[in-house]
Design a binder for this molecule. Structure first.
Ligand SMILES: [Zn+2]
Length: 409
């Protein structure tokens, strides 16, 4: 085979430059390509040519890709050279970075795979162990973190959400761009300081920020108000419904304590989920369940109606003024009941009334960020995030941020 062809095979198939193919061996599921450096032997520290100063050598094996379901490695003799300036140093090789056991160009192949599949699936496709895929994956994604930051650009509306990233209630913060439904950043906790850090990190991108939506978590409000006094803070409907559902659950649990075991079991099994569902999303059998609830358990039914009353204020085309009247009326009605948890909710509404009404000036929807939440949950189920938060963040930025933007071309 001509010298040129022996180099082209390595270059075109595996992105290796300056090496030529000398031989090939198939061992099990691995293919080993024996290669040789086309050029001089150079000191890896000072780059000096030292063809006649070989000290000793060893065989290097570097992973370079996959062919025909087999993992492909290059095998070559790497010398140590006696450099007059640096002493005994390993010779320069351009296939991998330093001591790394995978080639520079295979990194982009690996993150191309892991963008669409899990590391364990990618490990089957790439023919290397899962831990190696993870190691390459993390290293490569780290290199492209700057790419993500550069691509965030101008952001006008953000959504801030908490994310449980560890077993046992360990909450982090995720900030998304509402208009593109992409993740801007994630931090490990949900303090005011860590949100401020995110704001600082993306200072330029947030210069024309107009709206920030969030739940009732005070540190988010504080950080946002202190950093961007002009930005409109909105409690979006998705968060409001989630907060109200928490109080509904609390109310249901309080109520259940007064029941017999049998009644309690029945409610837990048949009624719990109907209480949390919006009537506008009902199917026929949900209506039947609700009817049953009305007949069998008036108290829970009443609670359901109160919840629907509140949320439907946001469903209709109300303006700020009429919505304010309706919310105040709802609070008055709730005060007259014996629902202690809902009264607590009413008090937290009163304390935030003007911010809640901001939604009618800017009805931000968090609907699209549901998709992001699902991706994050999938990543957590696959075990990212429990041990290595930084890797978890990189995976989130890879799958629903800007990390891969322009890299796929
Ligand atoms: Zn040297």
């Amino acid at each position: 085979m001509a010298q040129e062809l022996r180099s082209q095979i390595l270059e075109i198939l595996f992105g290796l430059q300056g090496y030529s193919l000398k031989g090939l061996e198939l061992i099990g599921k691995n293919i080993y390509l024996d290669v040789e450096n086309n050029g001089d032997h150079r000191c890896s520290v000072c780059n000096k040519t030292l063809n006649d100063s070989k000290y000793d050598s060893h065989i290097r094996v570097i992973y370079i890709g996959v062919v025909n379901k087999k993992a492909v490695f290059v095998r070559f003799k790497q010398y140590r050279l006696l450099c007059p300036d640096c002493g005994v140093k390993v010779e320069l090789q351009t296939i991998s970075e330093g001591k790394s056991r995978y080639s520079k160009s295979v990194g982009s192949l690996v993150i191309h795979y892991t963008q669409y599949t899990s590391c364990s699936e990618a490990s089957h496709l790439l023919g290397i162990p899962e831990r190696t895929v993870r190691e390459i994956d993390k290293n490569e994604l780290q290199k492209h973190e700057e790419n993500h930051i550069r691509n965030v650009l101008e952001v006008q509306q953000i959504g801030i959400d908490e994310i449980a990233h560890k077993k046992g209630h360990n909450y982090g913060t995720v900030v998304i761009n509402h208009l593109t439904s992409k993740v801007i950043w994630m931090s490990k906790d949900r303090t005011s300081e860590s949100l401020k850090e995110i704001y600082n990190k993306f200072g330029l991108s947030f210069e024309s920020l107009k709206v920030a939506s969030m739940d009732f978590w005070k540190p988010y409000f504080k950080a946002t108000q202190e950093t961007f006094p002009e930005v409109l803070i909105v409690y979006d409907l998705f968060h409001l419904a989630r907060i109200l559902n928490r109080y509904i659950e609390e109310e249901r649990r309080l109520y259940q304590k007064s029941l017999s075991d049998e009644e309690r079991k029945y409610i837990k099994k048949h009624t719990r989920w109907i209480l949390l569902r919006r009537r506008k999303n009902f199917k026929d059998y949900h209506e039947n369940r609700l009817q049953e609830l009305k007949e069998k358990n008036e108290r829970l039914y009443e609670m359901y109606l109160l919840k629907e009353d509140f949320l439907s204020i946001f469903d209709r085309n109300n303006d700020r003024k009429s919505a304010e009247e309706m919310i105040l009326e709802w609070i008055e009605n709730t005060k007259k009941t014996t629902f202690e948890a809902l009264k607590k909710f009413a008090r937290s509404i009163i304390a935030r009334l003007q911010t809640i009404l901001n939604w009618f000036d800017c009805p931000v929807s968090n609907g699209k960020s549901e998709g992001i939440n699902n991706v994050i949950k999938t990543l957590l189920r696959r075990g990212y995030g429990y041990k290595d938060f930084e890797y978890f963040r990189l995976k989130v930025l890879q799958k629903c941020g800007y990390l891969m933007v322009n890299l796929n071309e």
